[in-house]
Design a protein around this ligand. Structure first.
Ligand code: SF4
Length: 118
């Protein structure tokens, strides 16, 4: 299976072509070796981060924005969004506060990205 992707590791933005043969990945179009690592990560072990907003406990409209402390395997994004959807942090919340540690055993924490006063 052939796939094309743009390497985002530097401003050059090489257009990379990959050919998958079983567990092997042939990579073309990269101007440096980092492009191979990027393509292998993206095609064989894709990871993503996410951000969301959740209401504070006892309110419908006071929201706190959250993000993951690190990228997680793409397959975990929707299960983690489900876990975040039921989160109702209590004010005050400070920026950087961990709201769910090691969410779903992913190794990533759900952290607040803004401070909410009481
Ligand atoms: S392959 Fe190398 S040169 Fe090309 S965009 Fe990626 S990091 Fe930059």
């Amino acid at each position: 299976m052939n796939e094309r992707l743009t390497c985002v590791l530097c401003p050059i933005g090489c257009l990379i072509e990959t050919v998958r043969r079983g567990d092997d990945l042939e990579v073309r179009g990269n101007e440096c070796p980092k492009g191979v690592d990027f393509a292998v990560q993206e095609i064989l072990h894709p990871k993503r981060n996410l951000s969301a907003s959740v209401p504070l406990k006892g309110t419908a409209s006071r929201m706190v924005s959250v993000r993951l402390s690190q990228s997680v395997p793409r397959d975990l994004i929707f299960p983690i969004l489900d876990a975040i959807a039921v989160l109702r942090p209590e004010a005050p919340v400070r920026r950087g506060q961990i709201l769910i540690a090691d969410v779903l055993g992913s190794g990533a924490d759900v952290v607040a990205t803004r401070t909410i006063k009481p």
